[in-house]
Design a binder for this molecule. Structure first.
Ligand code: ADP
Ligand code: MG
Length: 263
C-alpha cells in the first residue's frame, strides 16, 4: 500500500516520545445520560499529539456515546471537551469549523450508495466547508492515490469490498487534514478477511503521526498498535495506561475477566 500522510509533518522522535506532548483532545468530567440511564459518569482523559489511544469496553459501555460527544453529534450534560485550545462544549463554538478539525469513521454506512467514490470523498469538503470543486477533487485524488484507490474514483460503493469502502471512508475523513481522527469500531461490520487491510491502513496512519482515538474490539491490534488503552466500565474509566499495563499486567479482577474473553 502506498504511504498515507496527513499534511502535517511528523515531529522528531524525541518530541513524540515525550509524555508531555500537547493534548490534542482533553475530556474533563464528561457526563451523559439518556433519560434515566447514566451512560458516562465523569470521564476524563487526554489524547496527546501523535498518540493512538484505543477506547475499549464491553458493548453498551458508552464508547460510541463518548465519540459522538467529541464529534458534536451528542451534547454532553456536564464537563468540558477541549480540542487543542477550543472548548467544543461551548455552545458558541462554530460546529462546522470544529468538524473540519476532527475526522470520523463509523462502523458502517459511511458511504452514500448513490454517489461515486470521488463524490463521497469530496461531498463534505464541498458542501460543508465550501471548498471549490477543483480543490476538493485534487485533494481527494491525492488521498485515493495514496491508498491505491485512485482507479476506483468513479466506482460506486457496491462495486467495492467492505474493506475498500472503509479505506475510502478513512480517506474522506482525512480530507481537511484533521488534528484528530475518531474511528468507531470501523472493522466490526467487516468480513474477517477484510479486517487486516483496514487495520494496516490505521497502522500506517499512526506511523505518519496521525493522532487517533479508536473504539475497537480488535484486542491484538490495540495491544500492538496503541500507545495507550482506556477501558470504560460502568460509565467510568476503569483503566488508562499502556497496553502492557492494562491488558497484561492489571491485577483488577474485572479487567482481567474482560480481557480473558479475547484470548
Ligand atoms: P458502545 O458503543 O460502547 O457499545 P453506546 O455508547 O452505543 O455503547 O451505548 C451506551 C448506552 O447508551 C447503551 O445502553 C445504549 O443503549 C445507550 N444509548 C446510546 N445512544 C442512545 C440514544 N440515542 N438514546 C437512548 N439510549 C442510548
Ligand atoms: Mg459503539
Amino acid at each position: 500500500m502506498n504511504s498515507i500522510t496527513t499534511d502535517r509533518p511528523v515531529s522528531s522522535a524525541s518530541e513524540s516520545e515525550q509524555t508531555d506532548a500537547p493534548a490534542v483532545l482533553r475530556l474533563d468530567g464528561i457526563r451523559k445520560s439518556f433519560g434515566a440511564t447514566q451512560v458516562l459518569k465523569g470521564i476524563s482523559f487526554e489524547v496527546r499529539r501523535h498518540e493512538v489511544v484505543a477506547l475499549l469496553g464491553p458493548s453498551g459501555s458508552g464508547k460510541s456515546t463518548l465519540m459522538k460527544c467529541v464529534n458534536l453529534l451528542e451534547r454532553v450534560d456536564d464537563g468540558q471537551i477541549w480540542l487543542g485550545d477550543t472548548d467544543i462544549t461551548d455552545p458558541r463554538a462554530d460546529q462546522d469549523k470544529l468538524r473540519a478539525r476532527i475526522g470520523v469513521v463509523f462502523q458502517q454506512f459511511n458511504l452514500f450508495p448513490h454517489m461515486s467514490v470521488i463524490k463521497n470523498v469530496t461531498l463534505a469538503a464541498r458542501k460543508v466547508h465550501h471548498w471549490s470543486k477543483d480543490r476538493a477533487e485534487s485533494r481527494a485524488l491525492e488521498l485515493l492515490d495514496r491508498i491505491g484507490m485512485r482507479a476506483k474514483a468513479g466506482a460506486y460503493p457496491d462495486q467495492l469490498s467492505g474493506g475498500q469502502q472503509q479505506r475510502v471512508a478513512i480517506a474522506r475523513a482525512l480530507m481537511t487534514d484533521p488534528e484528530l481522527l475518531l474511528l468507531d469500531e470501523i472493522t466490526s461490520a467487516l468480513d474477517p478477511m477484510l479486517v487486516g487491510e483496514v487495520l494496516t491502513m490505521v497502522a500506517e496512519l499512526k506511523s505518519q503521526g496521525t493522532t487517533i482515538l479508536m473504539a475497537t474490539h480488535e484486542m491484538s491490534f490495540a495491544h500492538d498498535a496503541a500507545d495507550r488503552v482506556v477501558l470504560l466500565r460502568g460509565g467510568v474509566i476503569a483503566e488508562n495506561g499502556t497496553p502492557r499495563e492494562v491488558m497484561d499486567e492489571s491485577q483488577d479482577p474485572q479487567t482481567k475477566e474482560f480481557f480473558s474473553h479475547f484470548r
